[in-house]
Design a binder for this molecule. Structure first.
Ligand code: GUN
Ligand code: FE
Length: 448
């Protein structure tokens, strides 16, 4: 077997900078060496020290670049790739006018596989190495997605969308068929290589109580499977859920009463949550996917990140692009929009907090922090090589060498989330192997 070394600056987190000081939580090495053995992290340390210890190994030199753990996208929809940037509507109208007709096409497995392929390549081009993904209502669309994810060795969590009402006939299942199809898909895909299954009722409007109840039954039968859905995104949506479930104490309670709120539950949006609902998510150890570009694009509102990260009732949170209501596959751009959302509430997110949410925070939200999220020994070597100077403006704004102190580095890091995009992703590695390389970059040692 062989060892491989990567020389660069490194950033990762050993703790949560929302609750501890940055010196305690941030690990920053201006000149480091990452040693990878069979796809896993063997050691990360100062270049000078480790180079002597591993004097025989092949070293890939990314000096001047920053290596971060791969980004984690907690919520997005692969069938919505082609309808990104659909004009003029808010959630419920947007679903009827654009989303449902588009998702109909994913009955065709060949088409679904073509789009899945493009979608997954786009994730890698943006430095995303773990994603939690909605497919469509058709089991074929799940097979298509997992087939392509497995081919790329990507860590992906996905499942069949369950929806049995308030949608066109061509897009609905039944409580029983959704239960049966999901069960078969769990048995087929869950824990195959790096793939994991999520039971995926679309939201409380498009699933009857009977369907949600069967989703809860399935979750109880497969306790290590995830639950992935939308929650409290839009005011009209919340009002309609109240009419549909008059006996429940709010939107989250609809899911809670049916056994869907637990440690492996991921709720997208949560813009309209009450204080009590935040507290309940904290107690249940559920996770929130913060989708700033989507919440702005659909006019849904401002997610209260500060409330989720309160120390009394901490809720697990990570970033999500929510493509196609989200407007970018780039989690750097998503973090930049997240910053603006917190600025509007006068509680600005720091650059280190943002990068925590993109990496270890996302891994904790998925209870996968024993496998991914930072460069601790034994973790899977999924990482992204970041270029601070891909354009004249960013060259003007950022010096050729990254600064040695945390404070100065924090300023440079901030430019990545405010000015950054896919241009800043120089390369993406999956299990220590190059998975995506920026094209036509003659400076890349891998192109020489
Ligand atoms: N709520 C239910 N379905 C959807 C969807 O496809 N996108 C978003 N943003 N919210 C939803
Ligand atoms: Fe969504």
């Amino acid at each position: 077997y062989s060892l491989k070394g990567f020389r660069a600056a490194f950033l990762d987190f050993t703790d949560d900078p929302f609750y501890t000081t940055e010196t305690e939580s941030v690990r920053y090495l201006p000149d480091g060496l990452l040693v990878v053995e069979q796809g896993k992290v063997k050691e990360l340390g100062e270049y000078q020290t480790l180079q002597a210890k591993y004097s025989q190994i092949e070293i890939i030199d990314y000096s001047g670049y920053l290596i971060s753990p791969g980004f984690i996208d907690l919520h997005l929809h692969f069938p919505q790739t082609e309808m990104i940037a659909a004009y003029g509507e808010q959630l419920l109208e947007w679903l009827n006018k654009y989303t449902f007709p588009t998702e109909r096409k994913f009955q065709d497995k060949t088409y679904a596989q073509q789009v899945a392929s493009l979608f997954l390549d786009e994730l890698l081009r943006n430095g995303t190495t773990t994603a939690v993904v909605f497919t469509a209502v058709f089991p074929e669309s799940v097979d298509a997605f997992f087939t392509e994810a497995q081919r790329r060795n990507l860590r992906a969590i996905a499942g069949k969308v369950m929806m049995d009402r308030h949608a066109p006939d061509y897009l609905t299942d039944t409580p029983e068929s959704a239960y049966q199809d999901s069960k078969e898909l769990i048995q087929k895909w869950h824990n195959q290589d790096r793939l994991l299954y999520a039971i995926t009722p679309r939201f409380a409007i498009t699933s009857s109580e009977a369907q949600l109840r069967l989703a809860g039954k399935l979750l109880a039968e497969f306790p290590d499977v995830y639950l992935h859905t939308h929650l409290s995104e839009n005011q009209n949506e919340v009002a309609w859920v109240k009419e549909l479930f008059p006996d429940c104490n709010g939107y989250l309670d609809v899911y809670d009463r049916l056994g869907l709120v637990g440690e492996r539950s991921i709720f997208a949006h949560c813009v309209q949550l009450t204080d009590l609902e935040f507290n309940r998510l904290s107690a249940a150890q559920s996770a929130i996917a913060f989708c700033p570009t989507s919440n702005l694009f659909l006019g849904s509102g401002l997610f209260k990140l500060h409330q989720a990260k309160k120390s009394e009732y901490p809720v697990k949170v990570g970033f999500a692009t929510d493509v196609g209501a989200g407007t970018s596959f780039s989690l750097l751009q998503t973090a930049g929009e997240g910053y603006k959302v917190t600025q509007l509430q006068h509680q600005p997110l720091s650059p280190f907090q943002a990068f925590f949410l993109l990496t270890l925070g996302g891994a904790r939200a998925l209870s996968l922090d024993d496998k991914i999220g930072n460069f601790d020994t034994g973790k899977e070597a999924d990482f992204v090589v970041l270029d601070f100077r891909p354009t004249p403006l960013m060259q003007f704004r950022n010096p050729p060498q990254l600064p040695p102190t945390l404070d100065a580095f924090s300023e440079q890091l901030f430019t990545l989330m405010i000015l950054g995009s896919d241009r800043n992703i120089r390369a993406t590695y999956i299990l220590g192997e190059l998975a995506c390389d920026r094209q036509n970059n003659p400076e890349n040692p891998l192109n020489k």
